[in-house]
Design a protein around this ligand. Structure first.
Ligand code: PEP
Length: 247
């Protein structure tokens, strides 16, 4: 799957042009295996733009409950909006909004309960990467966020090294492949039903490096920030994904 994470970008006019362009570019392939996570305010616009297509539209985040929580979007609102998936644990949420594994685990549980696919983002800092602590960090994040509670067939993990997000720097695709295998093993051994999750890579994916990632066996797709804001570039990346993963 390829997921566009629009973060706090987009407006009604440019979103409309983006959706139209994607539909034109994907007219032969169709919109399967594509997800878009727009802002909450644009969710319905994007959902309606793809009403006759099988594109998945999701949230970038969710709160753990409803009611007296000013400014929040609750899990039941996500269900009501027909949200297909929800990112949780993105490093920007962890850093800017002080979210820790404990709060992310509550979000994870609420999504599972609500039958919305969680896309759990994990990743190490540059210091941890340099110190060879990547696997240790990822294992802790997985265990603390899902707490052995893998009842969802639909868990997807997005491996996003913090230092690769929006920086133009990326780890070597072969190293990412090894890390993804490790992530699948960690999840599988915590899973009641032997689940091996889909693992997406995120961090400065663009149309020039996408093929190097998608050629790797354990890289099941990508979570894309900056390069997803341009419908043509995003379409180019989807075409590269199709060539490598849908043969
Ligand atoms: C992201 O923020 O999830 C991301 C992958 O961003 P970028 O593609 O811009 O590095």
């Amino acid at each position: 799957m390829i997921i566009a994470n629009w973060k706090a970008n987009g407006d009604i006019k440019s979103n409309k042009a983006w959706c139209n362009q994607l539909i034109v570019r994907m007219s032969n392939r169709g919109l399967k295996s594509i997800g878009i996570a727009p802002s909450f305010i644009h969710f319905n616009q994007i959902k309606n733009a793809f009403i006759n297509n099988d594109i998945k539209v999701g949230f970038q985040d969710i709160d753990i409950d409803g009611g007296a929580r000013t400014g929040s979007i609750s899990p039941s609102m996500a269900v009501d909006s027909d949200c297909s998936f929800c990112l949780i644990g993105h490093s920007e949420r962890r850093e800017i909004f002080n979210e820790d594994n404990n709060i992310i685990s509550k979000k994870y549980k609420m999504l599972v309960k609500s039958h919305i696919k969680p896309v759990l983002c994990i990743g190490e800092s540059f210091e941890e990467f340099k110190a060879g602590k990547t696997e240790q960090k990822l294992q802790t994040q997985i265990q603390e966020c899902i707490q052995g509670n893998i009842s969802s067939e639909n868990l997807t993990i997005a491996y996003e090294p913090i230092w690769a997000i929006g920086s133009g720097n990326t780890p070597k695709p072969k190293d990412v492949n090894t890390i993804h295998e490790f992530i699948k093993d960690v999840v599988q051994s915590a899973s009641e039903n032997n689940l091996r999750p889909q693992v997406l890579y995120g961090g400065s994916v663009n149309k020039s490096n996408a093929a190097d990632f998608f050629v790797e066996k354990n890289i099941d797709g990508a979570l894309i920030g900056g390069a997803s804001l341009d419908a043509d570039i995003f379409s180019d990346i989807i075409e590269i994904y199709s060539r490598h993963k849908e043969k």
